[in-house]
Structures are given as structure tokens and as C-alpha cells.
Design a binder for this molecule. Sequence first.
Ligand SMILES: [Ca+2]
Length: 107
Amino acid sequence: MLTTALLLPQQPPAPTPDTLPRLSAPIRILADGKPIEAIIGHAAPFVVDYDRDGVRDLVVGMFGSDSEVVRGGTARIYKNVGTNREPRFGAFTTLQADGKPAVMESC
Ligand SMILES: [Ca+2]
């Protein structure tokens, strides 16, 4: 006689108010001493060690550009001049590709 057992993954328990992640109160992020503002809107912030110096930087993608020359989506890089524990962001630079501002098609 051949018998088999079917192993099904167990469903994680449903979250409860006590198990849901809790977010801290929002804070305004400064860069070069001024609040970071997405001029075009639809900002997409992402924390990554962009320049691989071991300190996480802030990259903010935007739906458009504030430049008369650049048409399309762009990204600003705010270098972390502080530490991972106490980040401080400097003035932004624009993401470059082949020596020119990187432009992403936006719809
Ligand atoms: Ca870095």
C-alpha cells in the first residue's frame, strides 16, 4: 500500500492591531539645510548607497523635470554627508547617463 502526505504551506496569522507595523510620525527631510521638495510632483524616494561609500544616500525620482532642456522623468541624488544612523543630505545632483541628465519616459 502506498501512502502520501500532502504538505501545504501554512497561512501566516492575520494581523491584529498589536502585530501591525507602527510608523513613526512624519518628519521633514532637509537637504543642504532646506526642505526637499519635488517640484514636478509624484516623487519616488529611494534610499540606496548610490556612490558605494558605505553610507546610504537618497535618490528621488520625479515624474518630470524643472529644466527647459530636459523633457521627461528625472532623478535627483542627495548624497548623505552624515552617517547611516544620523543622515544629513547635501545639495542634489541630477542622475547622469553618458555625461548628460538621465531622462526617463514619463506618461
Ligand atoms: Ca553613499
